[in-house]
Design a protein around this ligand. Structure first.
Ligand SMILES: [Zn+2]
Length: 469
């Protein structure tokens, strides 16, 4: 995620606030028991669900821009990881009409943002099952301090909807196990009034028209965290092709946006190919962009395979969101406190882009950023390895995270550093990882002990010394 400068400034010094809630722990029992309502992420205790592993979502959403009504049908295929008498799905706001498990009507109830599903017969550990939820309602965006006071999630535009859900808004438009540690593959079918285009992740499998409606069937064949899914709808000019490196590209642009100086298609192609040289093979089947007109969203998001921009954004933002395809989308956080593994790396990539362009070096960019922030500034009071929920997107997570990587590069040398980045994306490709995993790999690749180094940069507050000083 990249926030516009003004949005970041205005909310930079949010008070620290910790969501303290204990995840329910379920005692092991010989009989089938309910799955836990969350996976135990301290920032979002009820997100994700226990007792099963999601495998594949088949999402169907039909949208009426006039009334803002969404009619949805989601089938999640999953595997039980315990004997299950009941299990949860995350769903905010919307009304559930009916639930089936393996084609049979299942009982369900709502508790807060959880649907509790009770299948007609218990599910056995290891059993593969399909749960279908038919639902409807008018999705509302979320707001609050987390994303800098900006609204996020399912956001109505003048011609449709702009959908960007980090960190916890996927469950405002489809029932899911809404945590990045719960990845699955997706088929996403969008139905909208004729004349509008539905844009989603991965490849466009088929599209067509039926009466006064248009439909689009997208498939994301690589594992994806729910917050990276989209079903953005609107009037779009679509340009497709292939990058010089051979990756298919799909760029959808709102035709009412003023033509800016930034060539989104060209930079997307160039950055996808260049990052593939630095970070390892591009992890997804397609690359691209969704460029919409959504002024109320002060951010852009690394939607998987097609970053979503709420306006025509800068070259720096585009290369940032594309770097996230490796750092965040393919290699995802295990818990939200690991967010610097996304934002620190994508921000560092912007310095690497400066080197690629010959406009700056990461060495100089690091020192410029460091010296611009006085030692007593609140910036240095955030603990990057655990920034707390309501400040998880604070400047320090981005910039001190990037500084950490440049300090690491100066410590272990270019050779080890540029072996480490592709080693990281290869080792955890399509998976989840945490800060301890990164430190372990950095030590292995460099042959150095780096515990004290990372402790200073990530686990302590206060301004660390510049390397060599
Ligand atoms: Zn970002």
């Amino acid at each position: 995620m990249a926030l516009s400068r003004s949005a970041r400034r205005s909310s930079r010094w949010l008070a620290l606030a910790t969501a303290v809630a204990s995840a329910a722990t379920i005692a092991a029992a010989p009989a089938a028991s309910p799955g836990a309502p969350g996976i135990g992420d301290p920032y979002f205790p009820n997100l994700g669900n226990g007792g099963y592993t999601p495998l594949h979502y088949d999402l169907g959403v039909s949208y009426q821009p006039d009334s803002a009504r969404l009619d949805g049908r989601t089938t999640l295929t999953a595997r039980a990881t315990q004997d299950l008498s009941a299990f949860d799905l995350d769903l905010q706001q919307l009304t559930v009409d009916r639930v089936q498990v393996n084609g049979r009507r299942a009982a369900f109830s709502r508790t807060g943002d959880e649907i509790v599903v009770r299948p007609a017969r218990p599910l056995a550990r290891g059993e593969r099952f399909a749960v279908t939820v038919v639902y409807h309602g008018v999705p509302k965006p979320l707001s609050g301090p987390i994303v800098f006071g900006s609204q996020y999630g399912w956001m109505k535009t003048k011609d449709g909807v702009f959908v960007a859900c980090e960190p916890n808004a996927a469950s405002t438009w489809f029932p899911s196990s809404d945590h990045p540690d719960e990845k699955a593959t997706y088929d996403i079918r969008i139905d909208a009034p004729k004349g509008l285009t539905g844009v989603s992740n991965g490849r466009l499998i088929a599209s067509g028209e039926r009466g006064d409606r248009a439909w689009f069937h997208w498939r994301e064949n690589r594992p994806m965290a729910p917050y990276l899914a989209t079903a953005t709808i609107g009037k779009f000019d679509v340009r497709t092709g292939t990058t010089p490196g051979g990756t298919p590209i799909y760029v959808a642009t709102d035709p009412t946006l003023p033509a800016g100086k930034v060539d989104v298609y060209g930079i997307t192609a160039e950055a996808t190919d260049y990052w593939s040289k630095l970070f390892g093979p591009y992890p997804f089947e397609t690359t691209g962009a969704i460029v919409d007109d959504m002024p109320q969203a002060g951010f852009s998001l690394e939607v998987q395979s097609k970053p979503a921009y709420s306006a025509v954004r800068s070259e720096g933002t585009i290369v940032h969101e594309l770097a996230h395809q490796w750092f965040g989308d393919s290699v995802s956080v295990r818990q939200w406190k690991d967010i610097w593994l996304n934002e620190g790396f994508a921000s560092y990539a912007q310095w690497l882009w400066g080197e690629h362009r010959g406009t700056t070096t990461a060495h100089d960019a690091f020192r410029k950023a460091y010296r611009a922030i006085p030692a007593d500034d609140a910036f240095w009071k955030i603990k990057v390895s655990d920034p707390q929920r309501d400040t998880m997107f604070s400047d320090a997570v981005y910039e001190r995270g990037a500084m950490t990587l440049q300090a690491l590069r100066e410590r272990i040398g270019d050779r080890a550093f540029f072996r480490l980045l592709p080693a990281w994306t290869a080792k955890h490709r399509y998976g989840n990882a945490d800060t301890a995993d990164f430190i372990a790999l950095a030590e292995k690749v460099s042959g150095q002990r780096l515990g004290d180094f990372f402790h200073t940069w990530l686990d302590t507050t206060g301004r660390p010394a510049l390397p060599g000083e």
